[in-house]
Design a protein around this ligand. Structure first.
Ligand SMILES: [Zn+2]
Length: 496
């Protein structure tokens, strides 16, 4: 008889330090068969579907809610997900369904729940009235909790940041579900918090500390027979909850706690050897001087404090101001400013408007700048990813909507104004507007790590720039109240 697998997803990275709440209206909602239409995409849900299609499974698609990173999620989102889920599964979870597969981010916080995913996992088991098998996939920036471990069998986190492997991670988790059905061996998950907290700029897997930790994880998976999966979860520092930070989880055969504890010890030992604090970022003027001196173009002005992939508004103008005042001949800047787009898109191409742009969100560090702007182009802001392995595919699929978009020019600076803040993870964002980003001397990129997959193709010269914003690398500036202390590097650890 074919196995019945319930499929659902809830995906959001919540920056709890932002002012604005994220309502249900901000989420894309897919229900029933719409979930099956993801097949062929590169998002994580497609990884599940790819493996599932070769099994004798009946998929019961329920609901998926997803939105790009932003502020605290309204409780209505959680309850809407749960209502759809229960309506579409009903009592079948009690005696009919064989397993549940969940597509999760893992760092979602709502007004009432610090750990939305943990709450959902708990409700699934309660609704089933039995320890129904739960498998799924997580983003590498999950703030993993003991509740998530207790109420699931196998949640598999991405190995890569930039997240080029969302599809593969979901497929791997699904393969493990296939083998659990075959062998009848159902794994359990253990977790250990590392008591370390890393800025987003340190969560790239090509660099330390993630590089050595991922290598150590793969080694353990290979050596220890009882261990199925070792997850290194960097955590998302911009969410204030007790479990924020870097956590390890291990999916293993029941009764293998000795091997699991040994593995946790080895991971922790590795972490102590390779941990580091963020490099000192450049003041923008110093970076511009150095770029002009070196003469290697384009140089990337990376701005982690306004990291759109971390939920920021993408409207900080500090770098644009410095570029305007500098002797840089050509530069590219993308700002999210729906109001300015509304005004400019009605103007004649080639006309010049004096307008205040950017800095309208009211978030930390946001201040507008007023410039004479020549209108270059107007578009619907719709583009297809050039790189289907782009980090953006993991969160939004292959077709990206920036909303109505205009490109304006001030001296040699091209400024793209988008309606929706769009993480700069694919060069199609520029080329769709008829602009070759390789021709600039400098490009302002509002990201921490995930931009690299795209921008390394056109530049080796990347400068981390110090600006003020809600995703600053300087974790000492974040007003944590719920975070469990002590945690390194905010505190010294006595025992590690
Ligand atoms: Zn992530």
């Amino acid at each position: 008889m074919s196995k019945k697998i319930v499929l659902a997803g809830i995906f959001h990275e919540t920056n709890t330090f932002l002012k604005n709440e994220t309502p249900l209206a901000e989420f894309e909602k897919f229900t029933g068969d719409q979930l099956l239409a993801f097949q062929g995409d590169r998002a994580s849900i497609s990884g599940f579907l790819e493996v599932a299609q070769h099994q004798d499974w009946e998929i019961i698609p329920t609901v998926m809610l997803r939105s790009r990173p932003s502020g605290m999620v309204a409780d209505e989102v959680v309850e809407d997900f749960w209502k759809e889920f229960t309506e579409r599964v009903g009592d079948r979870l009690v005696d009919e369904v064989d397993a549940v597969f969940l597509v999760l981010h893992g760092a979602m916080v709502s007004s009432s729940y610090d750990d939305v995913e943990g709450e959902m996992l708990k409700r699934v088991r309660e609704l089933a009235k039995r320890p129904i098998p739960v498998f799924g996939v997580l983003d590498l920036h999950v703030n993993y909790t003991p509740v998530m471990a207790e109420y699931s069998n196998c949640l598999y986190a991405y190995h890569e940041n930039p997240h080029t492997d969302a599809f593969e991670a979901a497929a791997a988790s699904t393969e493990l579900l296939v083998s659990a059905f075959k062998t009848g061996i159902w794994p359990v998950t253990s977790q250990r918090h590392s008591r370390h907290l890393f800025a987003a700029t340190l969560s790239g897997t090509a660099d330390e500390p993630m590089k050595s930790l991922e290598a150590c994880a793969r080694r353990i998976e290979e050596i220890e027979e009882a261990i199925w999966v070792v997850n290194i979860m960097a955590g998302f520092p911009n969410a204030d909850m007790p479990e924020t930070g870097l956590t390890f989880s291990i999916v293993a055969k029941e009764g293998s706690s000795e091997a699991v504890e040994r593995a946790f010890d080895e991971l922790q030992k590795t972490l102590i050897q390779v941990r580091k604090k963020p490099n000192e970022a450049y003041p923008i003027d110093v970076a511009i001087d150095e770029i002009l001196k070196k003469g290697r173009y384009p140089a990337i002005l990376v701005e982690p404090a306004d990291n759109i992939g971390g939920g920021t508004p993408g409207d900080n103008t500090e770098i644009l101001k410095a570029l305007v005042a500098s002797s840089i001949q050509s530069a590219g800047v993308i700002l999210a400013d729906a109001e300015a787009v509304e005004i400019l898109k009605e103007k004649e191409i080639g006309s010049v408007t004096n307008l205040s742009i950017g800095g309208k969100s009211g978030e930390l560090g946001s201040e507008p700048i007023t410039l004479d702007l020549e209108l270059v182009s107007v578009s619907d802001g719709h583009f297809t990813l050039e790189d289907p392995h782009s980090h953006l595919a993991s969160m939004a699929g292959l077709v990206i909507e920036m909303g109505p978009t205009v490109v304006v020019r001030h001296k040699g600076i091209l400024i793209m104004l988008t309606t929706v803040a769009t993480p700069p993870f694919d060069l199609g964002q520029w080329r769709s507007q008829g602009i070759d980003p390789a021709m600039f001397q400098a490009i302002n990129v509002k990201s921490a790590v995930a931009y690299r997959q795209a921008y390394k193709k056109i530049s080796d010269d990347h400068y981390y720039i110090k600006t003020i914003g809600p995703c600053s690398d300087d974790l000492d500036t974040l007003p944590y109240t719920k975070l469990t202390r002590p945690i390194w590097p905010l505190d010294e650890l006595e025992t590690v």
